[in-house]
Design a protein around this ligand. Structure first.
Ligand SMILES: NC(=O)c1ccc[n+]([C@@H]2O[C@H](COP(=O)([O-])OP(=O)(O)OC[C@H]3O[C@@H](n4cnc5c(N)ncnc54)[C@H](O)[C@@H]3O)[C@@H](O)[C@H]2O)c1
Length: 446
């Protein structure tokens, strides 16, 4: 990075969910940003100021920064040569055995090597198995003829934003840095301090920073698995799992409190469903058998069918035949306040309901209608009203802000309609109000 330069010019390679959020945020902070992606359709959309990702504030941010000129997007890698810092944010999915599917990463690095310039700082942000920045990124970039540490600096900074709160996370979360060498670490830390102004935590190596990301997601997935099993356990005793969690979380432990997360219909998205497997596979390759990561995955993967069964059992209890019941699924995305359908657990629930013969309608104001139709094999309802007409069950599986104010009193549902709370966490007063209105309420572990 150019010493003393106050506003480094940044390239963001890979303008998916993460890259678009980062590129927009950096431009918003006054940096000149060029975004590079191989998807020409995506580039055309972004150039026109349109953002396909449904993330709070993102669409306005992108259109403003494109219009203002601080953010430019292109498929042309040669634009990278004129930048000071290159952030790599391409996708890093895993194969079914948990090994890294590194096509996007190697493709980006090979192309970057052709345009790398002496003095640049390259930072990998994509989640990878430990050792990937050193083994794959460094060696491919050195095909440029430049040597890592001398000709260019190299660091890893995990991306820890969560969809739904992505832009706030980018502005507020502490930033972790691990460099190839001390100079690379210093350079990267300095860049992040200038660029985002937040706390920067510098670790000893590329690998420690890589593992921080995996540790975070391993913990989150496993913690949710605990919450999900706790919910099933509470259901055995007719106990509200949310009461138990709230009280249990008042116990001081370690540097904070016990912090059991929330149960739900399952864990989805492109990260938590793969990163624990990345851990497991990396360990296996070195003859260590990790047991907790796969255990968490299995528990969470079982939740969509558990939820479907909950619905079917409740309908039966109400004297409604599941094979002819009408179920309106509200919220299809993998969690609240995102339009992302990747690995959404709602798919498993819908599939199980359809298999039982139920008539399933789907509705989500945030997701792309064509994608939803392709994924679920059902045409999404055009409106909430259309989805819930004569419904025997309203399955609220993702509670976006747009669904928070549903007026249950006026919905044209069937008598004794079941409200299945999959991720809404309606408070007790709301549950009581629903019962007053004639609804039957059931949550995961409630
Ligand atoms: N989505 C999240 O919430 C999230 C959160 C934290 C970390 N991450 C990690 O961040 C990384 C990116 O995730 P994402 O959700 O943005 O992925 P994504 O699939 O949405 O985006 C990847 C982008 O990279 C582009 N691309 C592929 N090959 C390329 C190449 N050779 N050159 C340039 N562009 C190329 C694709 O066209 C796509 O637009 C992953 O490693 C993921 O694990 C994601």
């Amino acid at each position: 990075m150019h010493e003393g330069r106050h506003h480094p010019k940044v390239a963001v390679v890979g303008l998916g969910y993460v890259g678009t959020c980062i590129a927009g945020t950096l431009a918003d902070r006054g940096l000149e940003v060029v975004g590079v992606d191989t998807d020409s359709q995506l580039i055309a959309e972004l150039s026109a100021g349109y953002c396909r990702f449904q993330e709070a504030e993102l669409a306005d941010l992108i259109s403003a920064q494109i219009a203002g000129g601080l953010l430019r997007v292109t498929t042309d890698y040669s634009e990278i040569t004129a930048t000071d810092v290159v952030l790599l944010t391409v996708g890093t999915p895993v194969h079914t055995d948990g090994s890294l599917e590194d096509k996007q990463l190697t493709g980006a690095c090979l192309e970057l090597a052709r345009h790398l310039r002496a003095g640049q700082l390259v930072v990998l942000k994509s989640t990878v198995p430990p050792g990937t920045t050193r083994r794959t990124v460094l060696s491919l970039l050195e095909q440029s003829g430049l040597i890592g540490g001398e000709g260019f600096h190299l660091a890893f900074t995990p991306e820890r934003l969560a969809e739904g709160t992505a832009l706030r996370d980018l502005r507020e979360l502490p930033i972790v840095v691990g460099g190839l060498d001390a100079e690379s670490s210093r350079d990267a830390a300095e860049f992040w301090r200038r660029a985002l102004g937040g706390e920067v935590i510098v670790l000893d190596s590329l690998e420690s920073a890589e593992i921080v990301k995996l540790a975070n997601n391993w913990w989150i997935d496993l913690n949710i698995a605990l919450a999900n099993e706790l919910a099933k356990f509470c259901a055995l005793f007719d106990v509200d799992v949310l009461d138990v969690i709230e009280a249990a979380n008042t116990l001081r432990k370690g540097k904070g409190n016990v912090n059991i997360l929330l149960p739900s219909i399952g864990v989805g998205g492109s990260c938590l469903t793969k990163d624990p497997w990345m851990v497991w596979h990396s360990a296996q390759q070195r003859e260590l058998e990790i047991q907790t990561a796969p255990a968490g995955r299995r528990v969470n993967d079982g939740m969509p069918t558990y939820t479907a069964q909950l619905i079917l059992d409740e309908l039966t209890k109400l004297g409604k035949d599941p094979a002819t019941a009408k179920v309106a699924v509200l919220g299809l995305a993998f969690k609240n306040n995102t339009g992302d359908l990747r690995a959404t657990p709602t798919q498993g629930t819908v599939e199980a309901l359809v298999k039982s013969g139920a008539e399933v309608r789907i509705y989500d104001p945030l997701v792309d209608v064509d994608r939803a139709r392709a994924l679920f094999g059902i045409k999404p309802a055009a409106s909430l009203q259309e989805a819930v007409q004569d419904a025997d069950c309203l399955a609220v599986l993702a509670l976006h802000r747009q669904l928070e104010d549903i007026d249950f009193a006026t919905l044209p549902v069937a008598a004794q309609c079941l409200v299945l709370d999959g991720r809404a966490y309606y408070p007790k007063e709301k549950v009581a109000a629903l019962r007053e209105l004639g609804y039957v309420y059931r949550g995961v572990g409630r």
